[in-house]
Every structure is written in C-alpha cells, then in structure tokens.
Ligand binder design. Structure first.
Ligand SMILES: NC(=O)c1cnc(OC2CCCC2)nc1N
Length: 322
C-alpha cells in the first residue's frame, strides 16, 4: 500500500539524513539515499496529501522571496560579554562566587564563528527559524534553514521548544565557494562567517541549499517544561532529540580547569574543519543561572573568551619568517 511505503520512506530518509549530517556516520551509500529519495518524490507526487512539511523531499523550498518577514523572539537572544585573558576569566569566576557561593561547575564550549539562529519546533516538527537580528526581532529564514541537512525537520519526540544555535560554513565549503566566485569573476567572501551570513540571507532557497551550511545547537530557549536542571543536561537532551551539538564541550569544576581547557584549544584551533573565534564558558546549574540573571543584553552566567583573529596570527608568523 503506497501510503505505508511513503511513511516508511520518509522515516528512513530522515534517519539516513541524521546519520550522515548529524552523526557523520552514514549507514548507506549516497547513491542508495538518492534512489530512495527519488522513489519518495514520485510517490508524493501521486499522493500530494502525504507530502508533509517534514518530509525529506521538502528541504529545498519553492518560492523565491522578495523580502524576509520579521520574527519577534519569545525570549531575547542575549549577547555575550568578553574575556581576553586569564585575569578576565578569574574576575568572571570571582563575581559569580560572590553571588552563588563556591559550589560551581562550568560548561566550556567552542565558540563557533557563524551567525546565531533561533528555531521553533511544535510537537516535534520544525515550524519557524529566524536570525538573531537585534536580539528581540530577527528575520524569518525558515525556508533557508530547511535546506541545512543537519537541521532535523522532525524530532525524535513530539516536543515543543525553541532552540538556539550557530549556523556556519566549514573552511572547505568556504574555499570551494570562493573558488567558484573567482571563476565567475565575482567578489570573494571575506571569511566563512560572512559567507554563511550571506548564504542565509539569500532570497532564493535554492541558492542557500547550494552553500553546504551547517549548524551547531547550543541552548534551549525555554527549558521550562523539559525537566532538565543543568545546561549540560540540556545539551544531552538536544542530542537525544536529534539536534547536532558540538561534542568538544567539557564540564569543568573550577576556573583553573577552564583556563587549562581554553589554552589547549588555542593550539588545536587551526586544525578544526570550521572557524571558532573563542570559547564560551557557562555556569552549568540552571538555578544558579537564574540567581545570577542577566544585564540588559548579556547573561551574568556566561562569558566568551576571545582568541586573537586567526588571520592576524598567520600574518604575524609570515612577518617573523620573512
Ligand atoms: N557561537 C557559539 O558557539 C555560542 C554562542 N552563544 C552561546 O551561548 C550564549 C547563548 C545564550 C547565552 C550564552 N554558546 C555558544 N556555543
């Protein structure tokens, strides 16, 4: 019966897509994926009523937009205060201890150098996605986000929540894009972050789909009813739901451990397949995050440790060697 086959193919292809783009562990060859996708597309043409929005055939939308609608974020997308050296990190730790006492653990994450996005899911289905904008109002880029293969169109559980992440372009995709731009005599993109931003702001989803964008999710906007009571549990919950989170995160029980972990990444950073501009350090306990609260625009429970810009370091090395 075709309806059953359509449902089976939708589930299969969503699973294969998850294995390839989220786990980076494909279980079937690409040709097999393409064959099944073609079978599903022809069956959905015969039974349009079963062509659900979360079907894998619906990733590359139709219409070319003439502008983006505005989206008001239900909870503001905060920006991060910066730390530039160990003293700044120790000051951050001291300020926190003065409020919540000495029983603290931190989560350290790579600070992906892309652009912040917010995605809303209802009953496990991807409904709407937006840019950060000014933190309160962003642009509706749902159609472009649907083209990003690592974004699940359907979660493993029928939950409703809003998640935040960083959309980015890998160094390889960036080089490939600029090689094409060079051939066409177009102006090159300055860096992967700008290339990702420009790609997500394309009014034609087909162009966004061609840019090999990716996303790492890093927070749940409204942990309310999820029942998690720490940031690290929240990230594990996102993994369980089928979101792609960055696995290089580390739970640290002291600022000394944070400093050691951060220093380690200064050396490892050039070997990453994507750009990072620092590390993000967050208080793990959600109760302590609430106790610490936020300023007008930044959380008091998180800080970004900024690395010097990668290209600057390269230039300095060039000068020394020349
Ligand atoms: N670029 C990143 O990788 C990144 C950015 N922001 C955050 O957390 C912000 C969000 C809410 C307060 C702290 N985490 C990250 N990993």
């Amino acid at each position: 019966m075709s309806e059953a086959r359509i449902k089976e193919l939708q589930d299969l292809l969503n699973q294969y897509n998850y294995e390839y783009h989220v786990l980076d562990k494909p279980s079937i060859p690409d040709a097999e994926y393409d064959r099944l996708l073609k079978e599903l597309m022809s069956l959905e043409e015969q039974f349009p009523a079963l062509k659900t929005p979360d079907s894998p055939t619906q990733r590359v939308g139709g219409a070319i937009l003439d502008s983006f609608n505005k989206v008001e974020h239900r909870t503001p997308m905060l920006s991060l205060g910066n730390a530039f050296n160990e003293t700044d990190l120790r000051d951050f730790d001291r300020r926190i201890r003065q409020v919540v006492g000495d029983h603290i653990s931190y989560v350290c994450e790579l600070k992906i150098d892309g652009l912040a996005v917010s995605l809303r899911y209802e009953n496990g289905q991807f409904i709407q996605g937006a840019t950060r904008g000014d933190g309160s109002v962003g642009e509706d880029i749902t159609a472009n986000l649907k083209t990003i293969r690592s974004i699940p169109l359907r979660l493993s559980e029928p939950v409703s929540l809003e998640v935040r992440g960083e959309a980015f372009m890998s160094k390889k995709s960036f080089e490939a894009l600029n090689a094409i731009k060079e051939e066409k005599g177009e102006e090159l993109a300055a860096n992967p972050r700008n290339a990702a931003a420009g790609s997500l702001r394309q009014l034609d989803p087909k162009i966004a789909a061609s840019r090999n964008l990716d996303v790492y999710f890093y927070s749940i906007a409204d942990v309310g009813e999820t029942g998690v009571d720490s940031h690290s549990q929240g990230l594990d919950y996102l993994d369980k739901l089928g979101f792609k989170t960055n696995q290089e995160r580390r739970k640290c029980t002291s600022i000394e451990e944070v400093i050691e972990f951060v220093q380690g990444w200064v050396e490892k950073r050039p070997h990453l397949p994507y750009e990072i501009d620092g590390m993000v350090i967050k208080v793990d306990s959600l109760d302590q995050q609430i106790e610490l609260g936020t300023t007008a625009k930044s959380p008091r429970w998180a800080i970004a440790f900024k690395f010097p810009a990668e290209e600057v370091v390269t230039k300095l090395v060039d000068i020394e060697l020349s």
